[in-house]
Design a binder for this molecule. Structure first.
Ligand SMILES: [Zn+2]
Length: 174
């Protein structure tokens, strides 16, 4: 992992030290850097038949595995707006009846850096006549899977543990 620094990003000196999982401090110039938990969203989109929409990931990490529409929250953006934006970007459809479900922590490795995230899960539907337009480069294809219980969740190659946990809570609540 590249989560550590050899040189202070501010003074260029070698005084930078990791204080805890999310804080670095430079003994030379006093520079402090926080690598805080990142907020991200994911949407459990259900169609009329009760099937849940999954994306086959086109990108690392976890290329070829299944994930839910979603992503990192942008600066000055609400979780709800992030859900709508990510669905429109990734599947070309605006989610309806967006309802908050819960949060689960996750780790996300990108380009050698490990990010700690807090993933907020929402439940939504899409219009009956929705025409999906997938974001090439991010999504290989859309799949729909009926999930009735935790065993069904475990049978699917789901990319992230947070989504696996959320889907198990979701099926148990139904
Ligand atoms: Zn420094």
């Amino acid at each position: 992992m590249k989560n550590d620094f050899n040189f202070c990003p501010h003074c260029g000196g070698k005084g930078i030290r990791n204080v805890n999982m999310r804080c670095w401090q430079c003994a030379d110039c006093g520079f402090v850097l926080y690598h805080n938990v990142a907020a991200s969203v994911a949407v459990i989109v259900q169609d009329n038949s009760g099937a849940i929409l999954f994306e086959v990931r086109a990108k690392e990490p976890k290329r070829g595995m299944l994930c839910l529409p979603g992503g990192f929250v942008e600066p000055k953006e609400s979780l709800e707006n992030a859900c709508v934006r990510e669905c429109v970007e990734e599947i070309g459809v605006k989610p309806l009846n967006l309802k908050y479900m819960g949060t689960f922590p996750n780790t996300y490795e990108y380009n050698g850096i490990l990010y700690n995230t807090c993933d907020a899960f929402f439940i939504a539907t899409v219009p009956d006549n929705a025409v999906f337009d997938i974001q090439k480069g991010e999504v290989i294809q859309i799949q729909h899977h009926i999930i009735k219980n935790g065993d069904d969740v475990d049978k699917l190659p789901i990319a992230f543990d947070s989504a696996r946990c959320a889907l198990k809570v979701f099926v148990n609540k139904k």
